[in-house]
Design a protein around this ligand. Structure first.
Ligand SMILES: [Zn+2]
Ligand SMILES: [Zn+2]
Length: 347
């Protein structure tokens, strides 16, 4: 059974939200702050249960206002659309879905919006929609589920390499090319290789805002999610393992290649990399996300909620582009007439 959980202020009963500045839960009514650790599983803050469920949508009742909260089956944290009450879907962060660790948000919504606005600076061809405050306010803090893998790669790599020497002998220019067969072997240990465990967030996007600093992670406690959004994983560890292995193989291969710098050319000819499995952990990483639909296409801005590293694709406003090309065209026309005028004068 799915249950909804929110975090009541022990002083006044107000709904608590996680505060990035103090890294504690904060009450917006009495300004009380509380350590996330006090809201462990022993405390019963359960407020409501689902009433029906279809394949993908689960419906919850908000205890604070009685409103209906409809959520995707993978949603682990959300807020009531009517009163803003932050809620956590207990069954999606417990049992096999309980993360081992969480990196709490260090940057708040204001900072994410500011970074986005800076990203827009100087982009004159951008459609006005992207600068609209109402659109920018849709920026959401989302905990993205990740699998972290450890492992050991045993690798043997062969390279074809050359060294080239040039010198002059009288009228002759001589070239000597020496050919080498290189061999490298060794073992590399990996820890914390991340793989995005949600199909809802584009892998290319999450990969471009990595790395996250796992040293700053906390033991998971669902009160960290209060005031943010979260999804549980919908890609299993087994499915993700393959991706982690290919990341491990690529890193091993570039590490070995980096030891062949003393040759003029060096091409890998063959390699065997075998990976033995190590640890496997489920974690949640903080990401600020803004999706903007424009002319049938989705544009996404994503920012690492811990480091501020961001990525964002933006469209060009075709209307504005035509305006500018016309300007350039007019300039060229003018230049042509000046030349014609000069020719006329010369005649
Ligand atoms: Zn309070
Ligand atoms: Zn509500």
């Amino acid at each position: 059974m799915s249950e909804l959980k929110d975090f009541k202020c022990p002083n006044c009963g107000g709904r608590l939200e996680f505060d990035t500045k103090t890294q504690k839960l904060k009450c917006p009514y009495c300004d009380g702050t509380f350590d996330p650790e006090i809201f462990d599983e022993g405390n019963n803050y359960t407020v409501s249960t689902e009433h029906w469920e279809d394949d993908n949508i689960v419906v919850y009742t908000c205890e604070s206002c009685g409103g209906t909260i409809m959520a995707d089956k993978d949603t682990a944290a959300s807020s009531c659309p009517y009163c803003g009450n932050p809620v956590v879907m207990v069954s999606n962060v417990s049992g096999i879905y309980k993360p081992k660790k969480v990196i709490p948000f260090l940057l708040d919504k204001k900072q994410a919006k500011e970074r986005y606005r800076q990203h827009l600076k100087g982009k004159v061809l951008l459609p006005a929609k992207f600068r609209s405050e109402a659109v920018i306010d849709e920026m959401k803090g989302i905990y993205v589920p990740y699998w972290l893998f450890g492992g050991k790669a045993n690798a043997r790599m062969w390279f074809d390499a050359t060294k080239v020497r040039h010198w002059n002998e009288g009228d002759y220019m001589c070239t000597e090319t020496s050919y080498y067969k290189l061999f490298r072997s060794g073992a590399v240990r990996f820890a914390g290789v991340p793989v995005d465990a949600s199909t809802k967030v584009d892998d290319a996007l999450t990969e471009s805002i990595e790395p996250f600093d796992l040293d700053k992670a906390k033991g998971f406690n669902d009160s960290y999610l209060a005031g943010f959004f979260a999804d549980k994983y919908d890609i299993s560890a087994e499915e993700s393992r393959q991706k982690a292995n290919s990341r491990i193989a690529n890193s091993t291969s570039s590490l070995f290649s980096s030891t062949t710098g003393m040759y003029d050319t060096c091409i890998p000819s063959s390699s065997t990399i075998s990976i033995s499995q190590g640890s496997q952990d489920y974690v949640m990483y903080p990401v600020w996300l803004l999706n903007v639909d424009y002319e049938g296409k989705k544009y996404t801005f994503a920012m690492n909620g811990q480091t501020g590293k961001f990525v964002g694709d933006l469209p060009v406003d075709n209307g504005k582009l035509i305006g500018i090309s016309t300007g350039v065209f007019a300039g060229v026309t003018l230049l042509v007439s000046v030349i014609q005028y000069l020719l006329y004068l010369v005649r």
